[in-house]
Design a protein around this ligand. Structure first.
Ligand SMILES: *[C@@H]1O[C@H](CO)[C@@H](O)[C@H](O)[C@H]1NC(C)=O
Ligand SMILES: *[C@@H]1O[C@H](CO)[C@@H](O)[C@H](O)[C@H]1NC(C)=O
Ligand SMILES: *[C@@H]1O[C@H](CO)[C@@H](O)[C@H](O)[C@H]1NC(C)=O
Ligand SMILES: *[C@@H]1O[C@H](CO)[C@@H](O)[C@H](O)[C@H]1NC(C)=O
Ligand SMILES: *[C@@H]1O[C@H](CO)[C@@H](O)[C@H](O)[C@H]1NC(C)=O
Ligand SMILES: *[C@@H]1O[C@H](CO)[C@@H](O)[C@H](O)[C@H]1NC(C)=O
Ligand SMILES: *[C@@H]1O[C@H](CO)[C@@H](O)[C@H](O)[C@H]1NC(C)=O
Length: 456
């Protein structure tokens, strides 16, 4: 529990979760801010995907996208994962045999489970809920009931109620939905809470229907959603490269489709890219069955950086943000010492190829500012401003083309395929990203060092 990285993320979480939203100045913009709750109870570290769970000895303590909501009348408390990958919304039923394991069935291990008979507004629908997540079938009934989230109410939210025990968690998908399932984002748009099915995600906050200009710096670049004929439509863009210390890994394999998935904590890349990255770190082990490698922490090198390129936008982070440490031998000083084993949290994509070539999990997503615009099939990305606690500056996303305020096309000039004219908004800054990156990295070093004293 004491690796510098994990503590750093927890710190960021505290600050963001407690942030007040300065929306009142704007005469009630149609936005909904939902802070994630912190994973404190051991049960809450259960993920909705099997792959991450079984990692032994490993510190998997990244930002979790868990929201505190209620369903039913009177309101039943539920903790549910915000999932950017899937396309359904479902909750455990109290009658699920998994919940029988707990003395308090309705609490169902801390997450909460839904009791249909206890709700006066519940309506069981005729269609059956059947959700196939790459062969893992989850079944139950569809119901509609009152969903309350962050102070707003969706009167008839359609939700699958899982009666068959299966390893998954209460889930609210934020993406596209399909003919049988609606996503939370779409339901909020349909209910008129937000203007357009779009949301921003940064740190541990989801902001439906708006952007927060105070939480990113530099341009907000927009990229088209890319489709792969063999895969379901998802929140997916092209990535143009990954490098360590500015030396690119397997550059000829890019561009590659990259999908955003808050339900996994690590990120996954094709084998050729993983091998090239591992080679740059140096003496790494052979990948384990999850595609992950370990290495001696001293091999990482002080101040090593990792870069992710999307068109005109390049993110740069300390490599240590994508490395975790064996938890039981981690030292308390916030830095890695020589003899310890480190684990690279960018792994070969062994199990998640059905999601895409590259899967960007919460270790990546928690380090960037992202806007997902389902109406226009676009994703906007910017550098996350996590160190300045300046006042929130929340602006609505409007319906129609170019609804994301201040965003401009991030497509590289050299590529013609993904054109998308720049919408040349005056709001976009010309700030020197270089200066900010230096500042960002410098501050992070300070923060990681300061973890000792705060000792979370
Ligand atoms: C969720 O909200 C309920 C009701 O406000 C509260 O009692 C509970 O402590 C919250 N849970 C978490 C994990 O924040
Ligand atoms: C569900 O609610 C009903 C009605 O309030 C109650 O009788 C029943 O015990 C509850 N079931 C569980 C498993 O808690
Ligand atoms: C909706 O998506 C789920 C999960 O991918 C799938 O199991 C279900 O069959 C889909 N429903 C329809 C009507 O396409
Ligand atoms: C590489 O790592 C292995 C196992 O971690 C170790 O036995 C070996 O000595 C290392 N080689 C070098 C050159 O550091
Ligand atoms: C490092 O990875 C290798 C190969 O997967 C594995 O055999 C070894 O146990 C790992 N070392 C640690 C300390 O986890
Ligand atoms: C990256 O560069 C830094 C110096 O800025 C160096 O200390 C580190 O070892 C390098 N890392 C790798 C993996 O090459
Ligand atoms: C790493 O960065 C710090 C702070 O900028 C600097 O003092 C140190 O010399 C750097 N180390 C290496 C190996 O470049």
């Amino acid at each position: 529990m004491r690796s510098g990285l994990a503590c750093f993320l927890s710190l960021a979480g505290v600050a963001l979760t407690n942030a007040a939203f300065g929306v009142e100045k704007r005469h009630g913009p149609a936005v909904l801010a939902v802070p994630m709750v912190r994973d404190t109870a051991p049960q809450l570290s259960r993920r909705s995907k099997g792959v991450d769970v079984s990692l032994k000895n490993e510190e998997v303590n990244y930002v979790s996208y868990v929201a505190n909501v209620t369903f039913g009348t009177p309101p039943q408390n539920i903790l549910a994962y915000f999932d950017t990958w899937g396309n359904g919304c479902w909750l455990y039923s109290v009658d699920n045999s998994d919940c029988d394991l707990y003395v308090d069935h309705a609490s169902c291990g801390g997450y909460g489970a839904y009791n249909l008979t206890a709700s006066t507004t519940a309506k069981r629908l005729d269609d059956e809920f059947a959700y196939d997540d790459s062969g893992a079938m989850t079944t139950g009934d569809f119901v509609t009931d009152v969903l309350k989230i962050g102070g707003v109410k969706v009167d008839t939210m359609k939700m699958g109620i899982i009666t068959e025990p299966i390893i998954t968690a209460n889930t609210l998908s934020l993406g596209y939905g399909n003919a049988s399932s609606i996503s939370l984002t779409q339901a909020l748009a349909d209910a008129g809470t937000i203007n357009s099915p779009a949301f921003s995600l940064w740190g541990q906050t989801a902001l439906f229907g708006g952007i927060n200009k105070a939480r990113y710096y530099g341009p907000l670049y927009t990229f088209p959603i890319v489709k792969r004929s063999d895969l379901p439509k998802a929140l997916r863009v092209n990535m143009d490269g990954i490098s360590i210390n500015k030396t690119s890994a397997a550059s000829t394999t890019f561009p590659l489709d990259a999908v955003f998935d808050t339900a996994v904590s690590m990120s996954y890349v094709p084998k050729s890219v993983a091998q090239a990255l591992n080679a740059q770190i140096g003496n790494t082990s052979v990948p384990d069955e999850h595609g992950q490698v370990n290495f001696s922490c001293s091999a990482m090198g002080e101040n090593s950086t990792i870069e992710f390129k999307f068109g005109k936008l390049e993110f740069q982070f300390y490599l240590s943000q994508f490395v975790s440490q064996q938890s039981d031998i981690a030292t308390n000083d916030g830095w890695y010492s020589d003899e310890e084993t480190c684990y690279f949290t960018i792994c070969e994509n062994v199990h998640l190829q059905y999601e895409g070539s590259i899967v960007l999990g919460s270790n990546f997503m928690s380090t960037v500012y992202a806007v997902f615009d389902l109406e226009n099939d676009e994703i906007s990305l910017a550098n996350l401003n996590w160190w300045e606690h300046n006042p929130d500056d929340i602006v609505e996303i409007t319906s129609g083309k170019n609804g994301v305020p201040g965003a401009k096309s991030g497509a590289s000039e050299s590529k013609s395929g993904t054109s998308g004219a720049e919408n040349g908004t005056p709001g976009a800054t010309k700030a020197s990203a270089g200066t900010h990156i230096e500042k960002g990295l410098g501050m992070m070093a300070v923060l990681v060092g300061a973890v000792v004293m705060l000792n979370l």
